[in-house]
Write a protein that binds this ligand. Structure first.
Ligand code: NAP
Length: 484
C-alpha cells in the first residue's frame, strides 16, 4: 500500500484518445490506483474524448474492462471501481472536425484545474491545441500533456514545439518521459544529492565509466509498423536513455525545482560529443526460441531499422572529461533489465599480497527488475588462509529495505499525472531539452542513412551483436551481465 498520499486539487482531466491503447493500459488504471489511494478529490472528473460513438455508460463499460485487465489485483475492489467509474464522462470529439467542441466547452467547470492529456498521434497536437483555444476551453492556467514520440528529428520536434507554443506557454506544457516518473530514477537524484558520500567521487578522478542498459526480452509486438519507422535510436536512446544519462551526469541544481533541474540537464545534452560511427553498433534480432525475426515481426523483409543500439559517448566538460558513457538498448535480449552502473576506478596499488584482481566499486541503480540500488564493495573472503579479497554487493532493494507498507507501488504514469495536477514540471522534458537531444541524435541517424548502414544480426536471447561486446572490449572494459 501507499505510505503517504498528498491530495491534489479538484480537476477536470480531458483525455484525448480516451479509448486508445495508452489510455486503456496506463492512464485509466493509473488514475484508478490514485483514486484507491485517496489522492483524487471527490470533485475530480475524467473526460474521455475520441471519435468513437460512445456515451458515458458505454465509456465506463470500456474503462471497466481496461481496469480489470490492467490494474492488477486492486481492480477486484468492485465498490471502489464503481465509484471511480462514476467520475468518468465521455464526449465524441473529432480533433480535426468541428463536432463535439462546444459540448466539451460546456462540460468544463470553472475554478478547477483543467488538464488536457493528448494521448493521440502527435500529428493531432496542433489541431487540438488550436481548437481548445478557439472554443475557449483552455486558458492561461490550463495544462497540456503530450506523449512521445516528440518528433522524429530536430525539424519535426521544432515544428511540434512551435505548434504548441502558438497557444500554450512553456510553463503549461508537460512532455511525458515516463522513465522520469519511476521511483528509482527519482531516487537516483536523492542518492546523489542527499548524501555526502557520493558527490566528492562523482567525477573523472574517480569514475572509470558509466553504463546504461535498457534490455527487453519482448520483440516489437503489435507496434511493428510504428517501430520500423522509428528504430531503437529514436524510440529509446533519444529520450529514455538520454534522460537517465542527464540525471547521472548533471551538475547539482541550486534547488530541486523544474527549471533548475532542467537547466542542468540541458547543459549535459549540449555537452554531449558527437558519436563517431566506429563507436556505435546497430543490431536486428533473428528468429529463435520459437519467435519470429525482427523482419518477420515488422513484415518488412528488407528493413534496415535497428532493434538494438550500443554506443559510446563523452561529455565535454570538466567533471566528465575522458569518462566514457556506454549506452545500450535492445529487444529480444537475454533478460529484462534497466540499469545504470557507475563503475569507479580501481585502486592504483594493492597492499594485499597475491591479490591481482582489479577490484572496483560499482554503484548500480536498477529500474527493473527489483527496483533498488546496490554498491559493490571489496571485503575479505571469510575463513582462514590469509587476506583473500572478494567483491560483494551491499544490496538495497527498496521493497526489502522499506518494508511493504513503505513501498510505494505507484506506477510512473500515475505519479506523473498527479504532478500535472499539482503543476510540478520537474519530471517533464522542456522543449529546448527535446530539441537538443534531437540535435545530437540526428547526425547519427543521418550518417547511417548516408552510408546505407546495415544492422548486425543477433540471436534472440543473446546480449546483442558480437560487435557490441567488442565496443567495450576494445577499451579493456566489459558490459555488465544481462541476467536471463
Ligand atoms: P491508439 O491506440 O491508436 O489510440 C489513439 C486514440 O486517438 C484513440 O482513442 C482514437 O480514438 C483517438 N483518435 C484518433 N484520431 C482522432 C481524432 N481525429 N480525433 C479524436 N480522437 C482521435 O494509440 P495509443 O497507443 O493509445 O497512443 C497514443 C499516443 O501515445 C501516441 O502518440 C503514441 O505514440 C503514444 N504512446 C503510446 C504508448 C503505448 O503504450 N500505447 C506508449 C508511449 C507513447 P477514435 O479512433 O475513436 O477517434
Amino acid at each position: 500500500m501507499v505510505s503517504r498520499v498528498i491530495p491534489v486539487d479538484a480537476f477536470d482531466l480531458v483525455i484525448f484518445g480516451g479509448t486508445g491503447d495508452l489510455a486503456r493500459r496506463k492512464i485509466l488504471p493509473g488514475l484508478f490506483r490514485r483514486f484507491l489511494a485517496g489522492q483524487m478529490p471527490a470533485e475530480a472528473r475524467i473526460i474521455g474524448v475520441a471519435r468513437s460513438e460512445l456515451d458515458d455508460e458505454g465509456y465506463r463499460t470500456e474503462a471497466r474492462a481496461a481496469i480489470l485487465e490492467f490494474a492488477g489485483e486492486e481492480a477486484t475492489d468492485r465498490e471502489s471501481l464503481d465509484a471511480f467509474l462514476g467520475t468518468l464522462r465521455y464526449l465524441v470529439v473529432d480533433a480535426r472536425g468541428e463536432g463535439g467542441w462546444p459540448e466539451l466547452a460546456a462540460l468544463m467547470r470553472a475554478d478547477v484545474v483543467r488538464a488536457f492529456y493528448l494521448s493521440v498521434s502527435p500529428a493531432l497536437f496542433g489541431d487540438i491545441a488550436g481548437r481548445l483555444h478557439q472554443h475557449g476551453i483552455a486558458d492561461k492556467a490550463s495544462r497540456i500533456v503530450v506523449e512521445k514520440p516528440f518528433g522524429r528529428d530536430l525539424a519535426s520536434a521544432r515544428a511540434l514545439n512551435a505548434s504548441l507554443a502558438e497557444h500554450f506557454d512553456e510553463g503549461q506544457i508537460y512532455r511525458i518521459d515516463h522513465y522520469l516518473g519511476k521511483e528509482t530514477v527519482q531516487n537516483l537524484m536523492a542518492v546523489r544529492f542527499g548524501n555526502v558520500l557520493f558527490e566528492p567521487l562523482w567525477n573523472s578522478h574517480y569514475v572509470d565509466h558509466v553504463q546504461i542498459t535498457v534490455a527487453e526480452t519482448v520483440g516489437v509486438g503489435g507496434r511493428g509498423e510504428y517501430y520500423d519507422r522509428s528504430g531503437a535510436m529514436r524510440d529509446m536512446v533519444q529520450n529514455h536513455l538520454m534522460q537517465l544519462l542527464c540525471l547521472i551526469a548533471m551538475e547539482p541544481p541550486s534547488q530541486f525545482d523544474a527549471d533548475a533541474v532542467r537547466d542542468e540537464k540541458l547543459k549535459v545534452i549540449r555537452a554531449l560529443q558527437p558519436v563517431d560511427y566506429h563507436q556505435i553498433v546497430r543490431g536486428q534480432y533473428d528468429a529463435g526460441q520459437g519467435t519470429p525475426s525482427y523482419r518477420q515481426d515488422v513484415e518488412n523483409p528488407r528493413t534496415h531499422t535497428e532493434s538494438f543500439v550500443a554506443l559510446k559517448t563523452h561529455i565535454a566538460n570538466w567533471r566528465w572529461a575522458g569518462v566514457p558513457f556506454y549506452l545500450r538498448t535492445g529487444k529480444r535480449l537475454k533478460g529484462r533489465v534497466s540499469e545504470i552502473a557507475v563503475v569507479f576506478k580501481d585502486l592504483g596499488h594493492s597492499i594485499f599480497e597475491g591479490d591481482e584482481k582489479r577490484h572496483r566499486n560499482i554503484l548500480s541503480i536498477r529500474l527493473q527488475p527489483n527496483e533498488g540500488i546496490d554498491l559493490q564493495v571489496t571485503i575479505k573472503e571469510p575463513g582462514p588462509g590469509g587476506m583473500r579479497l572478494i567483491d560483494v554487493p551491499l544490496d538495497m532493494t527498496f521493497a526489502d529495505a522499506l518494508g511493504p507498507e513503505r513501498n510505494d507501488v505507484s506506477d510512473a504514469y500515475e505519479r506523473l499525472i498527479m504532478d500535472v495536477i499539482r503543476g510540478n514540471q520537474t519530471l517533464f522534458m522542456r522543449g529546448d531539452e527535446v530539441e537538443a537531444a534531437w540535435a545530437w541524435t540526428d547526425p547519427i541517424i543521418d550518417g547511417w542513412q548516408a552510408r546505407n548502414d546495415v544492422p548486425k544480426h543477433y540471436d534472440t536471447g543473446s546480449p546483442g551483436p558480437e560487435d557490441a561486446l567488442m565496443l567495450m572490449h576494445r577499451d579493456g572494459r566489459r558490459w555488465r551481465e544481462i541476467r536471463g
